[in-house]
Write a protein that binds this ligand. Sequence first.
Ligand code: ADP
Length: 584
Amino acid sequence: MRRDDISNSKDCMDVAVLNRKTLRSWTLVKVLENMRKIVNDIRRRERHYRGIYENALEGIARFSPRGEALSANPAFARMLGYEHSEELVRSITDFGRQCWLDLHEWDSLVRALRTQGAASGCEVELVRADGSHIWVFLSARAVRSETGDMLFLEANVSGVAREKHREAALWESELCFRGVARDMAVGVNTEGERRTSLLTRCDPKKREDSLESALQMAHVGYWDRELDTDRVTWSDETCRIMGTAQRLSNRSFADELAAIHPEDRPCVTRAVLIALDGGARFDVEFRVLRPDGDVRIVRKQGDLVTDKSGHPRRMFGTIQDITKHKRAEERLAESEQRVRAMPMALAHANRLATVGQFTAELAHEIKQPIAAAATHAAAAVRWLRTQPPNLDEAQRALSYIVDDTRRTCDVIVRIRRLVTKTPMSEGFLRVNDAIMEVMNLISGEVEKNAVSARAQLAESLPLIHGDRVQLQQVMLNLSINAIEAMSTCGGPRELSIETGTDAQGNVLVAVRDSGPGLGPDALKQIFEPFYTTKPAGMGIGLSICRSIVEAHGGRLWVSDNPAGGSIFQFSIPSETSCGSRDSS
Ligand code: ADP
């Protein structure tokens, strides 16, 4: 080998060494360049896809199998009512529960993803951040790990299902219209009804426009509450009824409640809850406290609108100021009350007049036992003063005093019952006992007019149900009339009060006298109010007697007494006649 060959060969070695190094560096550079290109390419593609992702009109989001939002593009966030994607990711921790109106649909989607891996083109109604709803087309796929576990699910939400949305809105509006039209047909006035029937024939848009003017004409306000957002809308007429000028757009149910009289708020809230629960239609009357201090009474009616899946969406209805109507009703009720109280007042006046007629005799009746008690008291004192005191005799005298004072008390109690204005108190009573009390009351009058009075009372009469004092008033009136009639004519004066039962088992009471009797004219008019032949008579006694008897389910009539005079008779259903009637 030549030297330069040697040197050459060394040089060659160096070059080879150098070339290897250069080659390595060169390769490294190339690899790095390639990598940079790949990275740049990836970045470019990522930017490209991110751009598409960020700017897509379609909503794209990923959720964990449990429903936690992992990522979402702005379109998805916007559709669900969030400002930006991060806010959505922070807020949605359970997509199914938070955003699906129908949780079953969500569950079946997750099931389908687990079994089939994908689902496409589902039309679903999602709940937005503000509570409103949105119809969307949704496709989803399950992304799995190598071992087949579901890592996450990816959802694409495209184009709001406008048709569905429109359908739902139309459905609600139709229901609203029908409800309002029905409320108006309740007939606030004929003009309102005429307008309503015209409205039902024109197209939905036009009739919605005309609805408010028809309502205004009928002085009916319209209200609408969107349940998801709690936004309450009032028509101009409703604002007028509630006493506020503004037609606010952000009014809520709480604002509405604030305008209601505090005492009426619970009943309004209750009615709303019942209606929301699918119970009775919302129909409630309450007082409104207007800002100017005026209090109005209103009637608010409403219906619940549900979507086709039965979910409550809105409440809407009408409101009417019924203050005038209510006040007129109150006045009517007051006057009815007065009219109803009239017979009672008359009956009371009649009783006072009747009792007044024999006050002197009553005084005598009371004076007698009091005088007897005084005599017995004096006797008792004497027996106690003797030496030794005669205790047996004193005791006897004192027991007489007890009897005398009892008799006095009985008379006073009977008079009190008749003269005090007590409301009707019903119970079972023995007619014979009631008659004996009346006989005691009239005994003075009987004696004064030299009448021979007797009671012919049937044994074991059935009980009757009624007001003792009122029935005694009937017997008293008939007896006093009989005594008065007999005192105007000569001949025997015989008064007889008889009891018995008729064929139906009713208790029968007859007051028979031997007076002048009644002519045919008197027979026709005798029960008419204010018919009287007496100079100081009121002519209301018999008409009151008849209404009392009829109020007890009985009958009062008069006939001639074959022996001369007249017979007034009345029958009252007894416990046995009522029982047989009930069972027949
Ligand atoms: P008043 O006693 O105040 O007149 P009533 O209604 O009790 O009112 O009686 C109306 C009229 O019926 C009496 O004025 C009298 O003419 C007549 N009348 C009532 N009872 C009898 C009777 N037993 N016999 C005859 N006439 C009677």
